[in-house]
Design a protein around this ligand. Sequence first.
Ligand SMILES: [Zn+2]
Length: 78
Amino acid sequence: MLSCKHIVDLGTDYLDQELNFWKKAEMKMHLMICGPCRRYIKQLKQTITMLSHWRMKQPTTEQLEQLKSNYQKAVSEG
Ligand SMILES: [Zn+2]
């Protein structure tokens, strides 16, 4: 089973469809049971969609850090 940390680390690969079938299945399973990670992936997806309108492929480090700190806050609040 993947941990929350893995989800955060693999988030962009997951959305870029760069993960293999099993990794993706593992992530999906984790997302089913873990609300904070679900929210993180959703926000990450929104960020990437927004950036793709500006023809930028990847979020900047600052944007990723922002998402991660939002996520960590959500986790610590339960
Ligand atoms: Zn999680």
